[in-house]
Design a protein around this ligand. Structure first.
Ligand SMILES: Cc1cc2nc3c(=O)[nH]c(=O)nc-3n(C[C@H](O)[C@H](O)[C@H](O)COP(=O)(O)OP(=O)(O)OC[C@H]3O[C@@H](n4cnc5c(N)ncnc54)[C@H](O)[C@@H]3O)c2cc1C
Length: 408
């Protein structure tokens, strides 16, 4: 593919920059003292961040930038994933909370467009655009992460309602979400991929118990969600009963296409950190900074490939797995580098540390992209099988009814 901006991209980038300049403040990559990591530790901080993100989302929605790849008649701009990525990449340079509601805009929205009923689209899409409803993704379970199709949360039909019981985990943002897109087993008598149904669940319904998980750095990002005989109208089923795996694939395709849209920090900030820490003359640090720069350039090009694949309607394949691995490696290498630049001060935490501990936060945040959205090992499996042509994982459970599978 052609890696130079097309005339269309050049024009769009200029339009996006002009709009962002008018509505937001461009971040100064050299102003480390004011750098934000958008990580919250208290309920009050969480509420403030959600309010700020919601206000920004509404500003974008007013101008059609909240979900630029959606059809124009649904509030988007009809942009291809490649062009929509221009907005995300530019937005990352501004001091705004821009990527907090991507489960709604980048994942649930496109899924409803493909699988939802007219009524679901009419009700939910405008509310997603303006963050009137915040969505979370209720997929992973304690016994089903990489092997998502092995999930055991069950939904039993009772008249016009589903009765849902089970446990989800790792649910990003469940503690401030209004709705969750849930995968549940509705038929245990067929092989595991076939008996799953996707359902929209009201996160405040009786029987939904959200328990935040506090991480190593004191922040809360994801949650455990317990569901105890939660009653959900059958009308809130997304897609046909039993087609939840297809719905999940649509969600995951869109999740992978959006990964790498914006970065937590740029190499400019690491260069500035080295400068202010008196390490810019250190040849080994310089070499590692150059390595980071090269990684960022490679990521930029891989991003083009992933979005080009998505634009041509190809399913998630090697491009997105290579991209995902490169993102992981970038955060691993960058996290280690920033604390090495700080030297002994790198071992401090919070307000005792340089810049209020912002680089320590980023260092500890590196494990999120290395696990979330599919682990490094699983990406390597995909590359091994689909690119290198290595023999596939042995899957003995493919044709066995879920009910008959041995489970812990
Ligand atoms: C920051 C973050 C946010 C997340 N947000 C959400 C969310 O909002 N909603 C949601 O549903 N989930 C979410 N997840 C969950 C995420 O999708 C899972 O953590 C991921 O799929 C891995 O599943 P697991 O944690 O159960 O690990 P497991 O699948 O139990 O894997 C454990 C280890 O075994 C390895 N492994 C497993 N299978 C294989 C294999 N076949 N070959 C080689 N190695 C293998 C894995 O790589 C890993 O090292 C989030 C995770 C993170 C880290």
């Amino acid at each position: 593919m052609d890696f130079d901006d097309s005339p269309e991209e050049i024009a769009l980038r200029a339009e996006v920059r002009a709009w962002l300049d008018e509505h937001a403040v461009r971040r100064d990559p050299e102003a480390l003292a004011g750098m934000r990591t958008y990580r919250t530790r208290t309920e009050a901080e969480d509420e403030a961040l959600v309010a700020e993100a919601r206000a920004w989302q509404r500003t974008k929605a007013d101008s059609g930038w909240a979900a630029p790849s959606w059809p124009a008649e649904l509030g988007g701009r009809d942009l291809s994933p490649l062009l929509a990525g221009v907005f995300a990449a530019e937005e990352a340079h501004y001091d705004v909370v821009g990527r907090m509601f991507t489960v709604g805009t980048d994942m649930v929205g496109p899924t409803l467009i493909e699988w939802g009923t007219d009524e679901q689209r009419r009700h939910h899409l405008p509310r997603i655009l303006r963050a009137d409803d915040i969505w979370c993704q209720l997929f992973s379970e304690p016994g089903a992460g990489s092997d998502l199709a092995g999930l055991s949360t069950r939904a039993l039909r009772d008249g016009d309602e589903w009765v849902v019981t089970g446990q989800k985990v790792w649910t990003t943002g469940a503690h401030y979400s209004d709705l969750g897109i849930l995968l549940a087993r509705t038929d245990p008598d067929v092989p595991k991929h076939r008996g799953i149904t996707a359902i929209a669940v009201d996160m405040r319904a009786p029987g939904v118990d959200v328990r935040p998980l506090r991480q190593i750095d004191g922040t809360i990002h994801f949650n455990e969600v317990f569901l105890d005989e939660v009653r959900v109208p059958v009308a809130d089923t997304i897609g046909p009963v039993g087609s939840g795996w297809g719905v999940a694939l649509t969600m995951l395709t869109n999740e992978r296409a959006s990964i790498g849209g914006g970065s937590m920090y740029g190499v400019d900030q690491l260069v500035q950190l080295a400068r202010e820490s008196g390490r810019l003359g250190d040849p080994l640090i310089r070499q590692r900074l150059a390595d980071m720069y090269i990684r960022d350039e490679i990521l930029r090009f891989l991003g083009y490939r992933v979005r080009t694949a998505a634009a041509s309607g190809r399913p998630p394949g090697p491009e997105s797995s290579v991209m995902k691995l490169a993102v992981s490696a970038r955060y691993e290498v960058g996290g280690d580098l920033m604390l090495d630049i700080e030297g002994a001060a790198g071992a401090l935490m919070g307000d005792d540390a340089p810049y209020g501990g912002r680089f320590q936060d980023l260092f500890m945040g590196q494990w999120a992209p290395r696990i979330g959205g599919g682990t490094d090992q699983v990406q390597r499996n995909i590359i091994g099988e689909r690119v290198l042509g290595l023999p596939g994982d042995i899957r003995v459970d493919k044709d066995v009814a879920f009910r008959d599978l041995p489970r812990a």
